[in-house]
Design a protein around this ligand. Structure first.
Ligand code: KG4
Ligand code: ZN
Length: 338
């Protein structure tokens, strides 16, 4: 089973060809970071137009790299939700047109299901069920991945996603976009481990999370210092923020383990690229006799190989879509795309 997959939900266009759910023949990613950087964040219409510009040529290139023609492709998969609606529509419409023209099966994938599928794509020993911490620019979720197609939400952020908080804090520190890698880099230059100031610990029941109070406290501290003419040490501030947020995420994963007893853990999504988070979560897993899988960097950020991997599981469960498929800007991860 060879799947041609598309991902265009935000600011990366990606086209992949994956055989039998694990063999990556091509996984091309075109990042729009340089295009959006002057604006300090993703401009939705520019993102859609850039996806339009590159998607056809990237498909030709992916087929060539995989040494395939459309005759070798069994199914076309695409991220249909959630994401920027205009950006999603480009991928969905292109995928639908190809499936229609070449009479292929069409599979619509939830973006977060793709990030989860990246876990098994990178580590086939990650058997279901497992506990997943999915952290990206749009989501922060603790999940019980029961089977490839059944996911239960254990907890989620009540406000900002953790990646979004990294992006906003980087912006106020003048570190640029995307904020996650910028904060990580700045934090490495901090001269000591002492917090620059105290950040609040959100008080939420159960496994839910919140990052907007931390973000506001951070911004208030910057304003306070600016008004008083006090210096703002960007590396120390970045270090303080990163350490605090990572500790909260690791603590929540520990709570989720205490609640579920699931010993296999997955860290996925764009923020899973963060080294401190990888290290601290790995140490926490070791401490309680659990195993942690983290995809390599290329499979943490948005990519179409993970969409193909999720589509492979959906096809095995008989979930395909018709040519009336539409994109959706929002959709909970535990609901099926109809
Ligand atoms: O999964 P992803 O590529 O796109 C979404 O689905 O949102 O995640 C992008 C997010 C951005 O907020 C970015 O700042 C964050 O992941 N990110 C990081 C790092 N690399 C990317 N956050 C913290 N540390 C990093 N090294
Ligand atoms: Zn993502």
């Amino acid at each position: 089973m060879t799947i041609l997959a598309f991902e265009s939900s935000c600011d990366e266009t990606s086209v992949a060809i994956v055989r039998d759910g694990h063999d990556i023949l091509a996984n091309l990613i075109s990042s729009q970071v340089a295009i959006h950087a002057p604006y300090g964040g993703v401009v939705p219409e520019i993102a859609s137009r850039q996806h339009m510009r590159v998607i056809a040529q990237m498909t030709t290139d992916a087929l060539q790299q995989a040494n395939c023609t459309m005759a070798d492709i069994d199914a076309v998969a695409v991220t249909a939700a959630p994401g920027l609606i205009g950006a999603l529509l480009v991928g969905v419409n292109f995928a639908k047109t190809l499936a229609y023209k070449y009479n292929k099966l069409l599979v619509a994938v939830h973006h977060l299901k793709g990030h989860i599928a990246a876990g098994r794509l990178a580590d086939p020993s990650l058997n279901y069920p497992f506990l997943a911490l999915a952290v990206s620019g749009g989501h922060t979720l603790l999940l019980h991945a029961e089977t490839p197609t059944t996911t239960h939400i254990l907890g989620s952020t009540k406000d900002d996603a953790v990646g979004e908080a990294f992006d906003k804090i980087a912006r106020v520190l003048g570190l640029g976009y995307p904020g996650g890698p910028a904060i990580e880099k700045a934090a490495q230059q901090a001269t000591d481990n002492t917090p620059a100031f105290a950040l609040p610990i959100p008080r939420l029941d159960g496994l839910d999370m919140s990052f907007s109070g931390i973000k506001t406290a951070f911004i208030n501290e910057i304003h306070r210092r600016t008004q008083r003419g006090l210096p703002i040490d960007a590396p120390a501030f970045a270090h303080t923020f990163q350490t605090h947020v990572v500790a909260l995420l690791v603590g929540k994963m520990g709570d989720a383990y205490a609640q579920t007893g699931l010993k296999r853990w997955l860290l996925c999504g764009g923020v899973a690229a963060n080294k401190l988070l990888r290290q601290q979560l790995s140490a926490a897993a070791n401490d309680c006799g659990c195993t942690l899988s983290v995809p390599p960097l290329a499979l943490c950020g948005d990519n179409a190989a993970m969409i193909a991997a999720a589509a492979f599981d959906q096809l095995a469960a008989g979930h395909t879509h018709g040519n009336d498929l539409n994109a959706r800007a929002t959709l909970p991860v535990d609901s099926r795309i109809m």
